[in-house]
Design a protein around this ligand. Sequence first.
Ligand SMILES: [Fe+2]
Length: 204
Amino acid sequence: MPLDKPKNAFSLPALPYAENALEPVVSANTISFHYGKHHAAYVNKLNELIVGTPYDGMSLEEIVTKSAKSDKDKAIFNNAAQAWNHEFYWHSMAPKGGEPAGKIKDALESSFGGVKEFKEAFVKAAVGQFGSGWAWLVKGADGKLKITTTANADTPIAHGETPLFTADVWEHAYYLDFQNRRPDHVTAWLDKLANWSFAEKNLG
Ligand SMILES: [Fe+2]
């Protein structure tokens, strides 16, 4: 008997670049597991979980923000938030990330005192996130940029903040390339892959 399908099934969104485009910082091997297995599993599980619930038919963002308020829908929240976080994460990286310039550079300078200061604080936060989670550059309600971390599937969009970009610090994001060296991974990620034009677009 075929499994029930939701009316509004989510599909795995396309990667914005080739699987080997982020090498050597993130290898094609890492992407093939991270995108093709982990991200895909969150999307598939979400589709299973929303069948017959009021969440079927909502946008992914709506599912995240609504299920965040309900303890009984924790599994739906975890899979929806991980689906949302991963799609946002792929766009948070660019094959030629470069250095921040223009409006985003000005915002980093006024919020953190400089690009170097921002990078040091971001690496420190990402390394200090105990266990699995995410490091984020966000715009708070007061318009100031901030660095936050979230554990497991948690996401700033469940807390009224506007994310500009994110680094996945679950081990599945870097273990094949950096093993336990999370600080080296995050430093290389910021220097080589951080997508500043995506961050600037999200700044609004
Ligand atoms: Fe991940």
